[in-house]
Design a binder for this molecule. Structure first.
Ligand SMILES: [Zn+2]
Length: 84
């Protein structure tokens, strides 16, 4: 997948990153269809939060659930969701 990344120098780039994997039985994978940049992202961009490796920007998003872990009961593949 492609991702907008920022590194410790404040440089922003679009990079090819590994496809996500379920983080655990109560997690989900969401295909992001739109996202926004918030104040937390700006802290990374402006160096207020030091980063030792590149960080993906745009953690507030809307998208479609692709896969859920076995403990997830509220959502299923195909649901449109908001991620904050
Ligand atoms: Zn945020």
């Amino acid at each position: 997948m492609r991702s907008v990344m920022v590194d410790g120098s404040g440089r922003v780039s679009v990079e090819q990153r590994p496809d996500p994997e379920l983080p655990g039985p109560d997690g989900a994978i969401v295909e992001v269809t739109a996202t926004a940049i918030c104040g937390s992202d700006l802290h990374f961009l402006e160096g207020h939060y030091p980063v030792t490796e590149p960080v993906a920007l745009g953690h507030e998003a809307i998208g479609v659930v692709v896969e859920t872990g076995p403990a997830v009961e509220s959502f299923s593949a195909g649901d449109r969701v908001l991620v904050s």
